[in-house]
Design a protein around this ligand. Structure first.
Ligand code: GTP
Ligand code: MG
Length: 193
């Protein structure tokens, strides 16, 4: 996939701020610090369009990135990190829920989990929640560069089993560092936009 333009349209908190234009949207979801913003940067070939941090809780708004004037990536705050303040959690939960349940242009969510360990309870809840609302899910198991190639299939199986994934849902091993899985992820994304 050739990315010739990326533009941050808006960092939104309220539905009123969501961009108009009717382009299809693909949103990210995942535990805080799992690598959502890094995944966006990697697949867009941009070093730091989405801001990343070693500290969880970096992304605090819904960030809409227009790609090639054809579709939009939505970076979101992460869940499940104890040190994020209670107030932040109370704001982010409804913000993400409103976006994901009410946005007609949302075509699919990339649920990002850590390839190094089985998905957490929060990851399972998120997967079930997306399923409940009938939102198509692509699961990306990231940080693959941190595990040995010989562990790949075991890691993928652990994700599948723990999330109790439906057969038809795509599962892609990914690394924002090495680029593993980038082409496969693009294929999955392009089937929805
Ligand atoms: P929040 O916005 O806080 O929810 O975090 P996030 O999910 O957007 O994570 P972010 O992309 O900011 O990355 C968190 C940390 O993980 C950073 O230190 C990244 O460099 C690192 N990281 C992300 N993806 C990878 C990867 O594929 N491999 C390795 N080795 N590190 C990664
Ligand atoms: Mg982020």
């Amino acid at each position: 996939m050739k990315v010739h333009s990326v533009e941050l349209l808006i960092s939104a908190v309220h539905p009123k701020q969501y961009p108009s234009g009717g382009r299809p949207e693909i949103a990210l979801a995942g535990r805080s610090n799992v690598g959502k913003s890094s995944l966006i940067n990697k697949i867009l070939n941009r070093k730091s369009i989405a801001r990343i941090s070693q500290k969880p809780g970096k992304t605090q708004t819904l960030n809409f990135y227009k790609v090639n004037d054809s579709f939009i990536f939505v970076d979101v705050p992460g869940y499940g990190y104890a040190k994020v303040s209670k107030k932040q959690k109370e704001t982010w939960g409804p913000m993400i829920e409103t976006y994901m349940t009410k946005r007609p242009y949302l075509k699919a969510v990339i649920l990002i989990v850590d390839a190094r360990r089985p998905p957490t309870n929060d990851d399972q809840m998120m997967y079930d929640w997306l399923k409940h609302f009938g939102i198509p899910v692509i699961v990306a198991a990231t940080k693959a560069d941190k595990i040995k190639k010989s562990q790949y299939s075991k890691a993928l199986q652990a994700v599948k089993t723990t999330l109790d994934m439906e057969e038809s849902d795509r599962l892609i091993l990914f690394s924002a560092q090495s680029g593993t899985g980038k082409d496969d992820l693009w294929k999955a994304i392009l089937s929805y936009v």
